[in-house]
Design a protein around this ligand. Structure first.
Ligand code: NAP
Length: 407
């Protein structure tokens, strides 16, 4: 198959945009040329000659010779405007913006159909690790049971540095920012929002279910305190921010982002620093494990490059599972074993929310319980009580707590 010539209009020349520029210079085999670059700040010094830049998006969007728009900016609202306008003008689009894709999934799907142009976004989930195309193409059947993984490079970097190397949180966050791993707004990373946006994208390609961000609970790493770190160290565990989605026996899907204790027997235990790791489980193949760099200029640019290359032979996502109507809805009616750190005064009320308590502990400074709680109650506690922190220990089979489900 002969490859198309691609004339690219690039939006954004920051960490990933410049990374892509460098990577493309080293990939002469690909017939792709950056024709124009749109950025925001006229006064910023640039790594290449100013003549390549524009500050007006329409200079790219209205240029009929540009057939591909690559969107690598850090503003999800502006990104949606650019991507929607490009698709409407019949230009293929590559984006790395998970917030934009997750928040507008349905509209973007509709635009791709209506204007018959592809939008690819492999770099939006797990950066360099090719997970979207694998979920879309390889797991093109109904046998995928679960996906579980570390999908945010900067929080994994922060957790590695604070738990294993005893760095203070602020220093680790600053390092992640300096290395270009972190989002411009750090709350997106440490609050678990970035991981949730990625999970939403993975959900659509894994199970054919399009969910809205506020349907899925996300607890980040910003509330993790000394007590949880001590608990982890004493038991030889690590804490990882894990995004998880699995099919229940009734076909409904449960999805959430929570910090989780993992032991050395779990493959995610060994995924440190900026790396991401995802475990898929299928009915017949058992498990697969993907690992790769989850952030950084060149690793992220490599996924963007792969999408650009795929456009040169007219690849597009077919959204097969969505088209077949496989998505059968979400449920929060599941049970999790967790550690909950809380204020002393909330002790009794909080315990009522658990179905079983295994351990409970209070001293002058701290209080915690470990036990089993429904995801619905966990969400409620997070919303109603201040000063709490949850760490997932494991998911628990629902039939232990729902007698009606027992045969
Ligand atoms: N960094 C990573 O490791 C990584 C990994 C995976 C995905 N991503 C995603 O990749 C995207 C870019 O991230 P980044 O780290 O490269 O961000 P960045 O370093 O902050 O760069 C952002 C770029 O976007 C430009 N920009 C912002 N608003 C604009 C607008 N309205 N019009 C035109 N240009 C605009 C900025 O222009 P100025 O230069 O003029 O300020 C800058 O060049 C984000 O969606 C991010 O989530 C990043």
């Amino acid at each position: 198959m002969s490859r198309k010539n691609l004339n690219i209009g690039l939006f954004g020349f920051g960490c990933v945009g410049f990374g892509l520029y460098e990577v493309l210079q080293k990939t002469p085999g690909l017939k792709a040329n950056i024709s124009r670059i749109c950025v925001k700040d006229k006064n910023k010094p640039r790594e290449i000659d100013k003549q390549h830049f524009t500050y007006d998006k329409n200079e790219i969007l209205n240029d009929a010779t540009i057939n591909v728009v690559v969107e690598l900016i850090d503003d999800a609202d502006a990104a949606f405007e650019i991507v929607a306008a490009a698709l409407k003008k019949g230009k293929a689009v590559v984006s790395a913006n998970k917030k934009m894709v997750a928040e507008h999934f349905e509209e973007l799907l509709q635009l791709q159909k209506q204007y018959n142009v592809p939008l690819l976004y492999e770099a939006a989930a797990c950066a360099s690790m090719p997970i979207i195309r694998n979920l879309e193409e390889y797991y093109d059947n109904d046998l995928l049971e679960s996906i579980e993984g570390i999908v945010n490079g900067s929080t994994n970097y922060i957790l590695t540095k604070t738990i294993q190397e005893n760095l203070i949180y602020e220093t680790a966050l600053k390092q992640a920012q300096d290395k270009g791993f972190a989002e411009s707004n750090p709350l997106l990373d440490v609050g678990g929002f970035d991981a949730k946006y990625k999970l939403l994208i993975l959900l659509a390609h894994a199970f054919g279910h399009i969910a809205k961000p506020d349907e899925i609970i996300n607890i980040g790493i910003d509330n993790i305190g000394e007590l949880e770190l001590k608990y982890a160290r004493e038991k030889g565990l690590k804490i990882k921010l894990v995004a998880q989605a699995y099919k229940n026996p009734d076909g409904k899907i449960t999805a959430f982002v929570l910090p989780k204790f993992v032991g050395p027997e779990n493959r995610l235990y060994h995924v440190d620093d900026v790396f991401n790791g995802v475990i898929t489980k299928t009915a017949f193949a058992d498990t697969h494990f993907f690992v790769g760099r989850g952030a950084g200029a060149h690793p992220t640019a490599s996924a963007v490059l792969s999408d650009i290359s795929a456009l040169s032979y007219d690849y597009k996502y077919e959204y097969k599972k969505i088209e077949r109507g496989e998505g059968s809805g979400l449920t929060h009616d599941v049970y999790l074993k967790v550690l909950l750190r809380h204020r002393h005064e909330d002790n009794i009320v909080l315990k009522d929310h658990f179905v079983t308590i295994e351990e409970s502990y209070t001293n002058n400074h701290s209080a915690y319980v470990t036990g089993v709680i429904s995801l619905t109650n966990l969400k409620q506690i997070g919303e109603l009580f201040g000063g709490t922190s949850f760490i997932l220990i494991e998911t628990v089979a629902a039939q232990h707590y729902q007698p009606e489900l027992v045969d």
